[in-house]
Ligand binder design. Structure first.
Ligand SMILES: Cc1cc2nc3c(=O)[nH]c(=O)nc-3n(C[C@H](O)[C@H](O)[C@H](O)COP(=O)(O)O)c2cc1C
Length: 220
């Protein structure tokens, strides 16, 4: 796969770069590995207040196709429509990521290598107003985009129900649910959803049926 080949080239470059720069670099503390994933869906009171947070930059897709919104935003819209929830789109400060695949890959690999916490643009929503937060993003190099860790660590998610969802191009959930639970040890993490970006782009109705089945399985 294209992102994989590029990833290995960029990883080698990133190692060299990080050796040169690590003396002065600040890294964020590692999250405490305490949380566990809930095995079964919990009851969903009708009064539950739900927010859908999504990171979904527009840009070049697999095989050079173009996406105006990114696939995770499509899923966020479907979830929000079904639950009558609000959507908050997480955006990187300062213009965000370049749309071109190779430039974007280079940046995100460096961010992973550095354990960076890229700044979020704009103001975060008042999380006190919500009981459950759906959190979605594309899988990037087997992980959440690093800006999601900025959100996990910077937003007060303690005591909330968190529901991860992601798009990918073949490797599925890639343990994003477990990584979320590790980053947010005082939250409850529900069973997540992973859908291939290509399905979301080419057949959004099929994606929506999958979303609805998953929500039903969670008790929504
Ligand atoms: C830099 C980069 C890294 C990626 N890493 C993975 C990966 O590790 N596993 C995977 O299945 N897909 C990976 N993909 C594919 C994206 O997850 C896929 O393009 C995305 O989920 C579809 O959403 P989009 O429409 O917003 O691009 C990667 C894509 C990019 C650009």
């Amino acid at each position: 796969m294209r992102w994989k080949k590029l990833a290995s080239l960029c990883t080698a470059a990133a190692v060299l770069l990080s050796l040169a720069a690590c003396a002065s670099r600040e890294t964020a503390p590692s999250p405490t590995p305490a949380a566990t994933l809930t095995p079964a869906p919990t009851a969903t009171p009708l009064s539950e207040r739900v927010l859908v947070v999504v990171f979904s930059p527009a840009g070049e897709e697999a095989e050079g196709a173009w996406s105006e919104t990114g696939s995770p935003a499509v899923l966020a819209g479907q979830i929000a429509a079904k639950l009558g929830a609000e959507v908050y789109e997480l955006r990187a400060a300062g213009g965000g990521y370049p749309a071109a695949w190779e430039e974007r890959t280079e940046i995100l690999l460096r961010e992973q290598e550095d354990k960076a916490r890229p700044a979020i643009g704009g103001t975060l929503p008042r999380l006190d107003d919500y009981d459950a937060v759906f959190i979605g993003a594309p899988v990037w190099n087997g992980d959440w985009p690093m800006i999601l860790y900025t959100f996990f660590e910077g937003a007060d998610l303690a005591g909330k129900k968190l529901v991860p969802f992601c798009t990918h191009e073949g490797e599925g959930m890639s343990e994003l649910d477990k990584k979320l639970a590790l980053a947010c040890p005082y939250s409850t993490v529900e069973k997540g959803l992973a859908i291939q970006g290509e399905i979301v782009r080419d057949d959004p109705d099929r994606a929506e049926r999958t979303v609805n089945r998953w929500l039903a399985g969670l008790g929504y």
